[in-house]
Design a protein around this ligand. Structure first.
Ligand code: ADP
Ligand code: ASP
Ligand code: MG
Length: 413
């Protein structure tokens, strides 16, 4: 059994859907489970719908509808039943946003945003059928069982494994949604942005897959994001341990949660290009020697550096730190970098505006708080002097930290 995951970029338009259909027909890997994300930037568009809905700002689905219908019109005859399926999914959201919200933002978010994956998988499944590539559409909410931490749901592995064994056999090709799951009370949940990679890993784990392949618009895992570094090089192979570090520091190509389940069962993870499927891509497996061995660069934008000191300039002591950490945890803010001195504690986090406003106002009740925003965090793994020079180059560095393997800089743009 293999698991293939196709992300938003692979199905961003009709040509993308045709391309993956051809790819599947050529590869003919069977048995197979295919995991698909929402098309293109659908999740961002649906987030806007939720935000408007939640702030009573006339939520409007027109853009999402237009986008999907234009893809449908290119792929199917007008009489195809897929038009009804897609229409029904839109009607569900329209009903949901007719009334004022009754529950938390996170709950409403999951009920609405999850429709992106339902739409894309319905469309791709119908197109594959039309092209003669038989496949069975599965609702991920029947298999991925989670708790009710909406927007960042935690998987109930035992129930999920049980469901996967019940619904998925090794005699067919199955196609399902990434990113979404369901509570035992039948409420839809999501696993966190970019969570479709994680769904592929969950399936790979439960099915003891021979390999999980993540198809991307790049040749594989590179030593830098090609959007920032035009000389980024392909890494042919690396270990799970190295991949987890790169993903943790923010290499956007794989979701950090993807690695652990695969490592536990020693299932290799391949990252390949859906544009060049004949190339080998990157393979990640236990204890792999990194090849080629190169410094890796990870850029995270939209960072905020917050410096916290006691109002009376007294020392920052342990109980202050534990209180600050508890607030970061309360607002779900992961620490990207931190440093402390006698009188202050500095922490660099993603500038998620709503969470940051709440955090800072709560911190100000007990501390003096200063911050700089619009910053960039650069992490270099396996750095050397020339790698550092390449990044630092006349930048205004606000914070720097170094260990044997990794150096990090926070700088203003
Ligand atoms: P998906 O279509 O699965 O959602 P993403 O857009 O999330 O794909 O991820 C692919 C993108 O990740 C690439 O286009 C590339 O710009 C970016 N990226 C960031 N870091 C790396 C890296 N180290 N190697 C390859 N791609 C990277
Ligand atoms: N569609 C979701 C997102 O954009 C999940 C994913 O793409 O992995 O975050
Ligand atoms: Mg993505």
């Amino acid at each position: 059994m293999k698991v293939y995951k196709f992300g938003g970029a692979s199905v961003k338009d009709a040509e993308g859907v045709r391309n993956i259909s051809q790819l599947l027909i050529n590869e003919c890997a069977e048995p197979l489970v295919i995991v698909i994300s929402a098309m293109g930037k659908t999740t961002n568009m649906l987030e806007k719908v939720v935000n408007d809905y939640y702030s009573n700002n006339s939520p409007n689905l027109d853009k999402v509808k237009l986008y999907h219908y234009s893809i449908l019109e290119e792929l199917f005859d007008k009489s195809h039943s897929i038009f009804d399926d897609v229409n029904n999914l839109f009607v569900e959201i329209e009903w949901a946003i007719e009334d004022t919200p009754t529950s938390t933002y996170a709950y409403e978010y999951d009920q609405i945003v999850s429709v992106g994956e339902l739409l894309s998988t319905k469309i791709v499944s119908a197109f594959l059928d039309q092209e003669g590539f038989a496949n069975k559409w599965i609702d991920a909410r029947d298999i991925i069982r989670t708790d009710n931490t909406y927007r960042n749901a935690r998987v109930d592995w035992q129930l999920t494994k049980y469901n996967i064994a019940k619904y998925i056999s090794d005699s067919e090709v199955f196609l399902t949604q990434g990113f979404i799951g369901c509570t035992t009370e039948n409420f839809t949940t999501t696993l966190g942005r970019e969570g479709s990679d994680f769904t592929a890993a969950i399936l790979g784990f439960a099915l003891d897959a021979e390999e999980v392949t993540i198809w991307k618009d790049v040749d594989g895992m590179l030593n830098a994001d090609p959007r920032y570094f035009d000389d980024a090089k392909l890494l042919n192979q690396l270990s799970f341990a190295e991949a987890i570090e790169l993903a943790y520091f923010g290499a956007k190509v794989i979701h950090p949660k993807t690695i652990q389940p695969l490592k536990e069962k020693n299932i290799s993870l391949r990252i390949k290009s859906f544009l060049n499927p004949k190339e080998e891509g990157t393979v990640i497996f236990d204890n792999a020697e990194m090849e080629p061995f190169l410094p890796s660069f990870i850029i995270k934008e939209n960072q905020i550096l917050i410096s916290i000191s006691a109002n009376d300039l007294s020392f920052i002591v342990e109980d202050h730190l534990s209180y600050i950490f508890s607030l970061l945890a309360k607002y779900g803010l992961g620490i990207n970098m931190m440093q402390n001195s006698a009188v202050s504690f500095s922490v660099c986090v993603d500038n998620d505006s709503q969470k940051i406003l709440d955090l800072i106002s709560e911190l100000k009740e007990g501390f003096k708080v200063q911050y700089n925003d619009q910053l960039t965090l650069c992490t270099i793994r396996h750095y050397d002097q020339s790698a550092i020079d390449k990044v630092v180059d006349e930048k205004n560095i606000l914070l720097e930290q170094k260990s044997r393997q990794t150096i990090q800089f926070v700088f203003s743009n």
